[in-house]
Design a protein around this ligand. Structure first.
Ligand code: SR1
Ligand code: MG
Length: 395
């Protein structure tokens, strides 16, 4: 079967094989095994290999709708190009922390990448209790390089504005605007929670003080084009092992606020801490490593710059780092709330089998999320965050 390159069509396992043969990733006569392994909310993901060689590839293709909901929720195919553009951009600064992109095709909305099946999705691995000693350090390194080098700190004003245009991603941003910053705070039909949580959720919908702070965070997301951000940096967007970390899935990438990715990463570590109280110290260790590495690499990059006279002004670096931390905590709070009662959940909470424990853990996630949004200015350090977590966690 010859592959049709000029029209978009969702791949099947069979057509994915012909595509990779056509592109010479495999020989025509090779026996190729192909499995659709996509377990995310939006895309098809095929893993391809042969028995006779070590060649293994991943083909990721965007569907024209949100898989998690179905064809009634159309979604732009342009996200496939944003995703591969972002991976290539990230690879310029931290090539060891992203998968290698080998081929991409805008019409077919697909990217062929290095296979990472020797690693685990960090969320799944953390739930199982796998150990990732480099995770915090790697995420901190990634964020410092990407945020500094794609912002006005690392680019000329013209270059930065061109990049911001290249990564204009209104459709995917709209998903975040709705699912993270709006729907969970109102009685919206995308929300999804157990009846046992109804009373608490209805109470949350009445909290104007909370909504005011969420409105401010949403405005930051809408208007603060600080740097190229990943846009969906939860632990399901990270492959990890004891030695390696790879950041995947940046289809939500755009020019957004500095603290957004850090906040999402922290929130998802907190979900795992709620799931596994016995691993709390290790998980706070990851948050500590992430922040310490981020601030030290970001500071070195800042100090290397001799062209921008403002970077020598006393207090500007501290102000920038403190604002990133504070905003990150606010974004973490929103992420904790939306993953508990909104459309897209996390396995850390949903797969707690014992129902009473699951509901209690979700209630705590909501309390912590709310308090992070409300108290983000007072929580100045990782130690403060730890103390605050202990105070808010009744278990
Ligand atoms: C309809 S998409 C739902 C969620 O899945 C993605 O991973 C993002 O987190 C999005 O909010
Ligand atoms: Mg994703």
């Amino acid at each position: 079967m010859t592959f049709q390159f000029d029209v978009y069509k969702p791949l099947t396992e069979e057509s994915a094989i012909s595509l990779l043969k056509e592109l010479h990733f495999f020989a025509k006569n090779e026996h190729v095994t192909c499995r659709e392994i996509g377990d995310g909310n939006l895309n098809l993901v095929f893993q391809m290999s042969t028995h006779t060689s070590t060649k293994k590839w991943i083909v990721k293709q965007a569907l024209p709708y949100a898989k998690v909901v179905g064809e009634s929720w159309p979604l732009t195919l342009k996200r496939a190009k944003i995703e591969s553009d972002a991976l290539l951009q990230f690879a310029k600064f931290t090539p060891h922390l992203v998968p290698e992109v080998l081929y991409r095709n805008e019409t077919l909305a697909l990217t062929i990448m290095e296979d990472l099946s020797h690693l685990s999705i960090a969320r799944t691995g953390l739930i199982k209790g796998e150990s990732y000693p480099n995770l915090g350090k790697d995420i901190g390194t990634f964020l410092a390089h990407i945020l500094f080098k794609t912002s006005d700190l690392g680019l000329s004003p013209t270059e930065k504005k061109e990049k911001a245009q290249q990564f204009s991603n209104p459709e995917l941003c709209k998903i975040t605007e709705d699912l993270v910053f709006t729907d969970p705070f109102f009685d919206h039909d995308t929300n999804d929670f157990e009846p046992e949580l109804s009373e608490k959720v209805e109470q949350l919908w009445k909290e104007d003080e909370l909504k005011l702070e969420v409105a401010k965070l949403k405005r930051l997301f809408l208007t603060n084009g600080d740097a190229l951000i990943h846009g969906d940096l939860h632990t399901g967007s990270i492959f990890a092992s004891e030695h390696e970390t790879k950041i995947i899935d940046p289809e939500f990438a755009f020019y957004g606020p500095f603290g957004f990715d850090l906040g999402h990463f922290i929130a998802n570590l907190l979900f795992n801490a709620l799931r596994r109280p016995q691993a709390q110290t290790e998980l706070f260790g990851f948050i500590h490593d992430t922040w310490e590495t981020f601030s030290s690499v970001f500071t070195s990059l800042w100090k290397e710059d001799k062209n921008n006279p403002f970077l020598q002004v006393n207090g500007y670096l501290d102000y920038t780092l403190q604002t990133i931390w504070q905003d990150a905590l606010g974004f973490a709070g929103c992420e904790m709330i939306r993953r508990t009662i909104g459309l897209a959940h996390v396995a850390d909470l949903d797969t707690i089998e014992e129902s009473e424990l699951r509901i209690r853990t979700k209630e705590t996630a909501l309390d912590i999320g709310k308090s992070l949004v409300l108290n983000r200015v007072e929580i100045k350090t990782v130690q403060d965050l730890h103390d605050f977590y202990i105070e808010n966690n009744e278990f």
